[in-house]
Design a protein around this ligand. Structure first.
Ligand SMILES: [Mn+2]
Length: 359
């Protein structure tokens, strides 16, 4: 039996809302995922790419990765890392920071090309791992279709599979991918995607059915795979809610948002509160919503790291006026004043009468 631990998309260096705290969070989440993986005592650990958020990681991020892969190695686990789109500058695989891990003797990568097949011996079984880094879709497709499952146990890991899972190549004991940040596992097909090790993009990664997990696969030469999954919680609490302010005046909308923010509660300090504000309002209401004041309120009262109001509301433009007799100045002025609520139309007409007569 060969035990494989599969994680992905750690995006070391990503800073949601440009918060330096989030960079530290990313490192903590990655450490948590690696330590969980090690606790299962796997033979092999695979990371399917976007280990770094940028091809030029900070020294802190590079050192975090090196220290953790050293820990993996010291635990007697062989590590394999595929290069994701974020790890790369163009298609220059050799200069990816991921390759530094291979240079340091800590992990196997695809080094200077998009594809590499590696053979390792585990308990007398010949295990073949096909690694496919990020690259042009067409080439990725070809590399995947050309990978030959000729070992005792055959594994395929790609940053992304540019095919429907049902159309994936046959003969592999397990196929793993990254890129998508939400967990997905099809035990029938033997294909899995752990999702990211932390929340990178809240819009796509928080909400019903969206989770991130460590996938542990026990593969035997003959017989079914046995899967164990463990949820990877972000180290920071997120609270995301939605509010519709359609039909509210400026004052009301502001108060409504104030109340909403006051009701958000966190188990611990330093949470991230996000309120998506939707609806259709007029420009006066738009001006009456003081975002900075509301955001400061969340940070003060809820001890959040950040309270963020996402302005998804639509603002109505100027309303069209209906003039029944466009060539009659008096009627038109009257209708305009009435429809734009500018006061008593008679007063306007008093001022205008001498002007109209002169013409
Ligand atoms: Mn990614």
């Amino acid at each position: 039996m060969v035990r494989i631990a599969h994680i992905s998309d750690s995006h070391l260096g990503a800073a949601m809302f440009q918060l330096v705290e989030r960079k530290e969070d990313m490192r903590k989440c990655f450490r948590q995922a690696v330590e969980k993986a090690i606790s299962y005592e796997p033979d092999i650990l695979v990371h399917t790419g976007d280990l770094f958020d940028s091809h030029e990681p900070s020294p802190e991020d590079l050192q975090t990765a090196i220290a953790l892969f050293k820990k993996v190695k010291d635990a007697g686990i062989r590590a394999f890392v595929v290069q994701g789109n974020h790890d790369l500058v163009g298609r220059r695989w050799a200069v990816s920071p991921v390759v530094s891990l291979e240079r340091a003797g800590l992990a196997y990568t695809t080094i200077d090309s998009q594809y590499r097949a590696l053979r390792v011996n585990v308990d007398g079984s010949k295990v073949v791992l096909h690694l496919v880094s990020w690259g042009p879709e067409k080439t990725t497709r070809r590399l995947i279709s050309e990978a030959r499952p000729n070992g005792d146990i055959n594994l395929l890991f790609a940053h992304t599979l540019p095919i429907r899972w049902e159309e994936s190549p046959l003969g592999f004991n397990y196929i793993g991918e990254g890129h998508g940040h939400n967990f997905r596992l099809d035990k029938e097909l033997g294909i899995g995607r752990p999702g990211s090790t932390a929340i990178v993009e809240w819009r796509r990664e928080v909400g019903y059915g969206r989770t991130r997990k460590l996938i542990v696969i026990d593969v035997s030469k003959d017989g079914e795979n046995v899967y164990t999954t463990e949820k990877l919680e972000d180290v920071r609490e997120f609270n995301i809610s939605k509010i519709d302010i359609t039909g509210h005046s400026g004052e009301e909308a502001h108060q409504y948002l104030r109340d909403k923010i006051a009701k958000i509660s966190f188990k611990s300090n330093g949470g991230i509160a996000i309120v998506q504000v939707v609806g259709t309002i007029d420009s006066e209401t738009d001006e009456a919503i003081k975002r900075e004041e509301l955001i400061a309120l969340g940070e003060k009262d809820q001890n959040t790291l950040i309270s963020f109001l996402e302005p998804n509301w639509d603002v109505l433009g100027a309303r069209p006026f209906k003039l029944t007799k466009p060539l009659d100045v008096e009627t038109s002025v009257k209708e305009y004043v009435e429809q734009s609520n500018q006061g008593n139309p008679e007063e306007f007409l008093e001022i205008l009468k001498p002007l109209i007569k002169k013409r």
